[in-house]
Design a protein around this ligand. Sequence first.
Ligand code: ZN
Length: 170
Amino acid sequence: MEIVVYPDPRLKIMSEPVEEITEEFKEFLVEKFYPLMKEKDGMGLAAPQIGINERFFCFDTSHISDGIKRFVINPEIISSSEENATFEEGCLSVPEIFAKVERSEKVRVRYYNEKGELKEEDLEGFNARVFLHEYDHLQGLLFIHRLSPVERIKVNSGLKELKKRYKNEN
Ligand SMILES: [Zn+2]
């Protein structure tokens, strides 16, 4: 499994729901998907980032206080706070680029976990941010699509470099 990198068109597709949470799929999540994220030093990994356009992701923020580890299948965002926070983000699919992104401070979400159980929970702060970043991947969106004009200028040359690299390799 390799990480799909910007501007690969597979990162821009709206992903389809997972139809069935089979034993095989659970095993894949825990034994292949999550370890790949850790191996790449990521805090989150969404299916489109390995070329699978289905609605699932995992994340692990346990390095921070109140950090959590989650496997998320067919997520829904039930509500998100009007109160926003701005913080620097990066992404395994947009290597070496970091920029500040404004997102809701709190979200209420619903999803199936790696055991196939339906979960509903409130997330806030960094946990909410990582969830929303990964959720965006399922919508075909990257954090670089959410930048203010000022932040956008900062990452422009880096993005051009990634486009050049992609063109040379494909
Ligand atoms: Zn990402």
